[in-house]
Write a protein that binds this ligand. Structure first.
Ligand code: GLP
Length: 259
C-alpha cells in the first residue's frame, strides 16, 4: 500500500488524478472503475482540467461504475447513472457507449449483475479502480460483513449509509434502501486501486482500512491484500493513523524510479 497524505482536500484530487493521467497516457483505452459520491469529485475535476489544457484525451477510455441505487430512474439526479454521465462522461469526453453502470431498474436483477461481471471480464478487466470509502468502512456499497469473495449483487444499505447519503436527496424523498454494487472480489481483481478520502468523519474507516486487522467488519481492510493500492487522504482523514509520520517519510523517500 502506498499512503499519500496531502495537506488539503483539494490536493487529494490533484494527486489521485495524476495516477489516472499516468495510466491513460500509457494506455489510452484503459478501463476505469468509476466511483461516485463526493470523495472522487476532485479527481474528476483534475481530469477535466488536464483535458481542457490539452494534456490528455479520454476519448478511448472505457468505464464501469462501482454501484447504483435500486429503483430510481436513470435520469434522477441522484442515480449514479446520471452522476457518471454529468460528472465523468460529459466533462471528460468519454464515449457513453463504452461506459456502463449497473442496472438498478432491471426486472431480472440477478441476470443483470451476472452480465455486469461478464462485461468487465470481456473488456479485459478493470485497469484502475477509483474508490471512496464510507464512514462505516464500506467500499462501493459493500457494507460491513460483505464477503471478501463477493461479486456484483444486490445489497441492503446500512442505516448509517442511508443517513450519510440523505443529504443528497430532497427531504420528502427517502434514500433507496437497496443498491447494486461490484463485490469486494470484483474490486480486488482490478489491476490498480486508488482510494481517496477527505475529512475527519472518514478517519476511523481509513485507520481500519490501513492499519486494522483484515476483517469484513471494515470492508476497506481487504485492500491490504491487493498488490497495487494507493490511498490518498487529507490530514483530517489521516488523523487516526498511528503511523502517519512513517507514511510521510516513506512518501518523501520514494525510490526515484517509482515516481
Ligand atoms: C457512497 C458510495 C461509495 C462512496 C461512499 C462514500 O454512498 N456508494 O462509492 O465511496 O459512499 O461517499 P462520499 O464520497 O460521498 O463520502
Amino acid at each position: 500500500m502506498e499512503i499519500v497524505i496531502m495537506p488539503t482536500a483539494a490536493e487529494v484530487g490533484i494527486a489521485a488524478g495524476a495516477e489516472i493521467i499516468r495510466l491513460v497516457t500509457a494506455k489510452p483505452d484503459a478501463v476505469l472503475g468509476l466511483a461516485t459520491g463526493s470523495s472522487p469529485l476532485g479527481i474528476y475535476a483534475e481530469l477535466a482540467r488536464a483535458k481542457a489544457a490539452g494534456e490528455i484525451d479520454f476519448g478511448l477510455v472505457r468505464g464501469f461504475a462501482l454501484d447504483e441505487y435500486v429503483g430510481i430512474p436513470m435520469d434522477h439526479p441522484q442515480s449514479y447513472a446520471y452522476v457518471i454521465r454529468t460528472e465523468v462522461v460529459e466533462p471528460l469526453g468519454l464515449n457513453p457507449a463504452t461506459v456502463q453502470v449497473p442496472d438498478g431498474r432491471a426486472a431480472d436483477i440477478l441476470t443483470a449483475c451476472e452480465r455486469y461481471e461478464s462485461d468487465i471480464v470481456a473488456a479485459g478487466g478493470i485497469d484502475l479502480q477509483i474508490l471512496g470509502i464510507g464512514a462505516n468502512g464500506h467500499i462501493g456499497f459493500n457494507e460491513p460483513t460483505s464477503s471478501f469473495a463477493s461479486r456484483t449483487r444486490i445489497k441492503t444499505l446500512a442505516p448509517q449509509t442511508l443517513a450519510d447519503n440523505a443529504r443528497f436527496f430532497d427531504r420528502a424523498e427517502k434514500v433507496p434502501t437497496h443498491c447494486l454494487t461490484q463485490g469486494l472480489g470484483t474490486i480486488m481483481r482490478a489491476r490498480q486501486i486508488v482510494l481517496v478520502a477527505q475529512g475527519e468523519q472518514k478517519a476511523d474507516a481509513v485507520a481500519a482500512a490501513i492499519e486494522g486487522p483484515v476483517a469484513s467488519r471494515w470492508p476497506g481492510s481487504v485492500l491490504q491484500h491487493h498488490e497495487h493500492v494507493t490511498i490518498v487522504i487529507d490530514e483530517a482523514a489521516a488523523s487516526k493513523l498511528e503511523l502517519a509520520d512513517y507514511y510521510r517519510y516513506v512518501h518523501e523517500n520514494k525510490p526515484v524510479w517509482q515516481r
